[in-house]
Design a protein around this ligand. Structure first.
Ligand code: NDP
Ligand code: HSE
Length: 425
């Protein structure tokens, strides 16, 4: 039977889940895959953490060089996270001819071309199913299941931490701070949770997914990004009254040579399937020209689901005769002729705090009319010393709505656009 020795660099949440699967399911993988996988080296800053998984000291590697020099290791799992030293370590083992399996979306989205170049130099594979949507095999589906299609949209919830926080705030009235603490304790959040709550993590993932879906580099810096830190209990309540729940959505669309990629909090109609995706679950809708609509759903974070995706790549790397590389020019730049637009169209919810005085509503209506933004619904409530007026717009362009926001805030010092949330139609 084929024997494959595996090294793991970084044995925290995901590395630990990976080790657990590779050891507990070793016999199962032998029987079903015809390959005997053994974790023979583990690298981590902390020897106690390695021991906590019952890994003998003899398997603790002293450096990445020890792994790169080990001729018996053919697959290296990187689950340390961050850009450096992960990039240097990965490139070193790739150049030594070892295939790499990583969950590191930040690194892949920022340095994919360099990693792929190192992989090609070493004749090795670079696989990253675990980098996006946790245990859900969406990367394999895009690379190997949907080749027949021109994919024109992918829309979904691709960050477990923010979905957990928003679900807890919405369903149980838990505070933002407490919900974030729980997500950290459960191992969903990044080392620096700012990456989750400010939408960077989702932007990294959307950059990878949309590059694969649209067959062109979509750098993460092209992704329009807003996180959930400005979402208040009042927004959640207003959404509920209007028939929406708030989700951090990632949206990628391609129409001809025009691409839009964005991550932002969104009012999702309660009857929409994405509204029911709660906690650490993720879901992504994909539309292709021949396959039509697809929905991918599952746990987007956590040791075991993400470990499952890593092990799937380990098996894939072990069984492929040739490494799989990008099917587009992967130079980190948007291909000539492709236009990544930030002026997208959406319905909007705006909540404006104003002076409670005659003519205010008419003035606001005038601004919207001048900016070409058509209003669908208006709600007004009195509040201490002023009023709160909420608007739902018909589909409008982002640039027109932003123009209207600036004009509203210029009308009078008392006016402030307190919330601006895009609405999924
Ligand atoms: P953890 O912090 O739980 O684990 C990382 C481990 O790597 C820690 O033990 C850490 O040690 C160790 N480590 C970090 N730097 C080094 C180094 N230079 N040398 C040796 N060991 C090092 O992170 P996660 O498991 O949560 O995340 C790992 C990767 O997986 C990240 O890229 C993340 O984005 C990704 N990911 C995470 C998911 C999740 O649900 N948690 C899901 C999908 C992807 P120390 O703690 O001492 O720094
Ligand atoms: N921090 C990430 C999330 C981990 O919450 O989705 C999974 O990629």
């Amino acid at each position: 039977m084929k024997k494959i020795n595996v090294a793991i660099m970084g044995i925290g949440t995901v590395g630990g889940g990976t080790y657990e699967i590779l050891t507990k399911n070793r016999d199962f993988l032998r029987k079903t895959q015809g390959v005997d996988f053994e974790v023979t080296k583990v690298l981590d800053k902390n020897l106690e953490r390695i021991r906590s998984f019952g890994i003998p000291d003899g398997k603790a590697a002293s450096s990445v060089d020890e792994i790169a020099a080990d001729k018996d290791i053919s697959i290296v799992v990187e689950t340390m996270g961050g850009v450096e030293p992960a990039k240097t370590f990965i490139e070193k083992v790739l150049r030594a001819g070892k295939s790499v399996v990583t969950a590191n979306k930040e690194l892949v989205s920022k340095h994919w071309p360099d990693l792929e170049a190192a992989a090609k130099k070493g004749g090795a594979g670079l696989y990253f199913e675990a980098s996006c949507v946790g245990g859900v095999p969406i990367i394999r589906a895009l690379q190997e299941g949907l080749q027949a299609n021109k994919v024109d949209s992918l829309v979904g919830i691709i960050n477990g931490t923010t979905n957990y926080i928003l679900s807890k705030m919405t369903d149980e009235g838990v505070s933002y701070a407490d919900a974030l603490k729980e997500a950290q304790q459960l191992g969903y959040a990044e080392f620096n949770p700012t990456a989750d709550v400010e939408g960077f993590d989702a932007a990294y993932k959307l950059s990878i997914l949309s590059s694969l879906a649209f067959h062109t580099c979509i750098p993460y810096t092209c992704v329009y990004r807003e996180g959930i830190t400005n979402i208040t209990k009042a927004d959640i309540k207003a959404g509920r009254e209007l028939g929406y729940v708030i989700k951090l959505l990632a949206i990628g669309k391609r129409s001809g040579d025009r691409v839009e990629v964005r991550v932002h909090p969104t009012f999702v109609p309660v009857g929409h399937p994405l509204a029911g995706v709660s906690g650490s679950f993720n879901a992504v809708f994909v539309h292709g020209d021949f396959v039509d609509d697809l929905m991918f759903y599952g746990r987007g974070a956590g040791a075991r689901p993400t470990g499952s995706a890593i092990v799937s790549d380990v098996v894939y790397a072990a069984k492929r005769s040739e490494p799989l590389y990008s099917d587009f020019v992967n130079d980190g730049k948007v291909a000539p002729g492709i236009n990544v637009s930030t002026d997208f169209e959406s319905k909007y919810y705006l909540s404006v705090s104003v002076k409670d005085a005659p003519g205010v509503l008419a003035a606001l209506a005038g601004v919207f009319a001048r900016c070409g933004v058509s209003i669908e619904t208006v709600l007004q409530r009195g509040q201490d010393g002023g009023a709160s007026i909420s608007f739902l717009t018909h589909p409008s362009s982002e640039s027109d709505v932003k123009k209207a926001v600036a004009e509203i805030e210029d009308l009078d010092d008392a006016n402030k656009v307190v919330s601006l949330i895009r609405v999924l139609s």
